[in-house]
Write a protein that binds this ligand. Structure first.
Ligand code: ADP
Length: 505
């Protein structure tokens, strides 16, 4: 049941959810493809309609003008009609499936091809405007007809009064009837044929559009699949690494974007491999380091066991050696635990404001007995009083490790100098010694876990190879830095720089 539910969910996310890139590509292509095709159809239809109406209006107007001239020359208004003109009107009416009305100067309909309004009076805006000399046309797309109104102008028998008429605009801006206008022709012609043509056109365009939309849907679907395929391959490739089938670098050629993802993923993989390698190396180093004292103890104990009548002094001596090996084992374990604690980032620092001068004095006091054993002189130079925000335990580790090393790796009757200074941002803790120094090619490695320049010498003086690793880690946790300069046979100088105010991120 759950499996099906998950499958449905997966399907939804992949093919239906708007968050899916595939769905977005599909919709974008669809919208970009469909809108122009619909707009195009609409535009073309509108354009056709306009052109057809315009053309028909002009044609009818021209024909009406010709008939208007005939009306004047046949003296239609005074001679009670003319058969020739009437026949022309009839023809026009039939040709355009329309109605023609002739209106005389007193707004009376003297001829109607439909024969309905003859004798009646028409007072409409168009007619009145027309008597002022304007030709008018109006397209009524609801009732499907074009209304054309033209004035019947007599330019032949012009009276003196008519000659005096200077246009149809009086000084006050009010239009005056044009005296040359003897009557008006009011025509309404049907636009059915335009509508019919449009309907046929529209049907054809619809079919074309439907086909186009179907093609766009298919294209959008295919594009959405093709464009997102590289992402699927990426997920699959990462999935294989996750499942453990492979941990080699993977390459998924396709889009630049997916290649970038893979590049980043491969870098992550590389980093994980490095971490894994260093973890394995660390584990093998730890095992080796822990085994060494155990092996020594076993050798010592075995040699006592195999011998008969072992003198008590030998027992004493061997047991002392065993105890010192146990101490060593203990030291290694303590140092390892400290290091592991440092590694855990959760081990948040316990930051307090501390007098660093006092802390240094305390550490030196603790280490002076060790120095005395080797007859090493320890000097402390405090340039200024320093108070800083540090973790006391970790800072103690840093300082005591450095001073202890300076004493341990010193010569007989040598010296160790500790200088504490500060500026407005950092305090510096410098430990110099007159010791054996560190070879140049070892300088980069001394902070590595278990690294010792001279293994046997370090072992002799009780080193674990973890001191500087712990020191560096503690310094970095305080967002400080540690540097070393050394000349073999002459001595070394370690310089630690720590911010006075703890920087939390
Ligand atoms: P260890 O416990 O062996 O002292 P560290 O990590 O403290 O380990 O130091 C690593 C190695 O760096 C030492 O084994 C030693 O060879 C070298 N070293 C550290 N400090 C000094 C120093 N002041 N003078 C000379 N060599 C040093």
């Amino acid at each position: 049941m759950n499996v099906y539910l998950n499958k449905i969910k997966e399907f939804y996310h992949q093919y239906l959810s708007f968050r899916s890139l595939r769905v977005r590509i599909f919709l974008i292509v669809l919208v970009v493809g469909v809108i122009p095709s619909v707009a195009m159809r609409y535009g073309i239809m509108r354009n056709y309609e306009q052109r057809a109406v315009e053309l028909r209006t002009v044609t009818v107007q021209n024909q009406l003008k010709v008939i208007a001239d005939h009306l004047i020359s046949a003296d239609y208004f005074n001679s009670n009609g003319s058969d020739v003109v009437n026949a022309e009107l009839e023809m026009l009416s039939n040709l355009y499936d329309g109605r023609v009305q002739i209106i005389s100067g007193n707004l009376r309909v003297i001829r109607d091809t439909y024969g309905i309004s003859e004798g009646k009076t028409i007072i409409s805006e168009e007619v009145i405007k027309c008597f002022m000399g304007d030709s008018l046309s109006n397209y009524d797309d609801q009732n499907r007809y074009i209304e054309v109104t033209i004035p019947i102008i007599d330019n032949q028998n012009v009276s003196a009064e008519e000659t005096a008429f200077e246009g149809n605009t009086a000084p006050g801006g009010v239009k005056q009837p044009d005296p040359r206008v003897k009557g008006v022709m009011l025509t309404s012609i049907s636009t059915d044929y335009i509508e019919d043509t449009m309907e046929i056109l529209s049907r054809k365009a619809m079919i074309l559009e439907t086909l186009m939309i179907m093609a766009i849907v298919v294209i959008a679907f295919l594009l959405s699949i093709v464009l997102t395929r590289p992402f699927e391959r990426v997920t699959k490739a990462i999935g294989e690494v996750k499942a453990g089938y492979s941990n080699e670098s993977i390459s998924v050629p396709g889009l630049a974007e997916t290649e970038h993802i893979m590049e980043a993923f491969n870098q992550l993989l590389q980093r994980m491999k490095v971490l894994d390698d260093s973890r394995q190396e660390f584990v093998s180093n730890v095992s080796h380091e822990l085994k060494t004292p155990l092996t020594s103890m076993k050798v010592l104990a075995d040699s006592l066991l195999v011998q008969e009548d072992v003198p008590a002094e030998l027992y004493q001596e061997f047991l002392e050696d065993i105890v010192s090996e146990i101490d060593r084992e203990n030291r290694i374990i303590t140092d390892l635990l400290t290091l592991v604690k440092m590694d855990k980032k959760v081990s948040a620092l316990n930051i307090v404001s501390l007098n660093i001068n006092d802390l240094t004095e305390l550490i030196l006091k603790r280490l002076r007995p060790l120095a005395r054993k080797k007859d090493v002189e320890v000097v402390f130079e405090s340039v200024r009083p320093v108070t800083a925000e540090v973790d006391e335990v970790k800072m103690t580790l840093v300082m005591s490790n450095l001073v202890e090393n300076a004493i341990k790796y010193n010569k007989e009757h040598g010296w160790v100098k500790v200088v504490l200074d500060a500026d407005h941002q950092y305090f510096t803790f410098e430990v110099s010694d007159s010791g054996i120094g560190i070879p140049e090619d070892s300088l980069a490695q001394i902070y590595e876990r278990f690294y010792r320049v001279d293994k046997s010498h370090s072992r002799e003086i009780g080193g674990t190879g973890l001191g500087l690793a712990i020191t560096k880690s503690a310094v970095l946790m305080h967002r400080g830095s540690i540097t070393v300069t050394s000349t073999e046979g002459e001595g070394s100088t370690f310089l630690v720089k720590i911010p006075l105010n703890y920087i939390s991120q």
